[in-house]
Design a protein around this ligand. Structure first.
Ligand SMILES: CC(C)(COP(=O)(O)OP(=O)(O)OC[C@H]1O[C@@H](n2cnc3c(N)ncnc32)[C@H](O)[C@@H]1OP(=O)(O)O)[C@@H](O)C(=O)NCCC(=O)NCCS
Length: 184
């Protein structure tokens, strides 16, 4: 079994596979951002647009997962999205994708990566409290993973929580912002 990284924009076939993985994975999670192939394909097209980086990990003809990076600040770009096909999750694919993305970002002179990871489905302790000026930093410092929220995956990849947007997606549905200095 040979695994290799490919640019998602290198063929229409790969773009279609990326759209399938995106819609299947997020629909499985009960998330309605990309409910159908059409909306997912539109997202893929945006992700491959210059100067973005958008790479997938393939195994023979199957696309196992993919990740994108787009400008945010001059030297710090935003990771969006990251998706691993449901039957391949927890097999190291996400970690490989993030490491390869960081390598390619460094080659472009980028020094940091930021990302937002929503908690829309009561997956962390941050969605159990109303956030205000008094408790925000304590709640961030004491965050607990209640149901497989990906912030813990990103922490294992070296990302730290730098803030949250309380109620980003509705009452007690925050967006968790993370960042990593990718210089070695
Ligand atoms: C989150 C996601 C990208 C992780 O990719 P993956 O291939 O499953 O993760 P890996 O196997 O590389 O995991 C690396 C480490 O993170 C841990 N991890 C992975 N997902 C996790 C989660 N949801 N919660 C807690 N820990 C997690 C793994 O257990 C592993 O830990 P270990 O090194 O101690 O064994 C993948 O599960 C996914 O696509 N999920 C659905 C879409 C999604 O949530 N995308 C991110 C949106 S911001």
């Amino acid at each position: 079994m040979i695994r290799r990284f490919s640019d998602i924009g290198s063929s229409p076939e790969l773009m279609l596979k990326a759209a399938r993985v995106l819609t299947e994975t997020f629909t499985t999670l009960g998330n309605c951002h990309w409910p159908d192939l059409e909306s997912a394909l539109k997202e893929v097209e945006e992700c491959i647009a210059a100067p973005n980086i958008c790479i997938g990990l393939c195994d023979d003809s199957e696309l196992l997962g993919w990740v994108g990076l787009r400008p945010m600040y001059e030297k710090t770009w935003e990771l969006h999205p990251l998706v691993v096909a449901p039957h391949c999750q927890r097999g190291g694919i996400g970690g490989l994708l993030v490491a390869e993305l960081e390598k390619r970002a460094r080659e472009r002179g980028i020094i940091g990566i930021a990302l937002g990871t929503d908690d829309e489905n009561d997956q962390t302790s941050l969605s159990r409290v109303d956030i205000d000026a008094e408790n925000i930093f304590k709640e961030i410092a004491n965050i607990r993973n209640l149901n497989r929220h990906p912030f813990e995956f990103y922490k294992k990849c070296g990302y730290m929580i730098v803030g949250i947007i309380p109620n980003a997606n509705g009452q007690r549905k925050p967006d968790i912002w993370m960042w990593k200095d990718i210089r070695i």
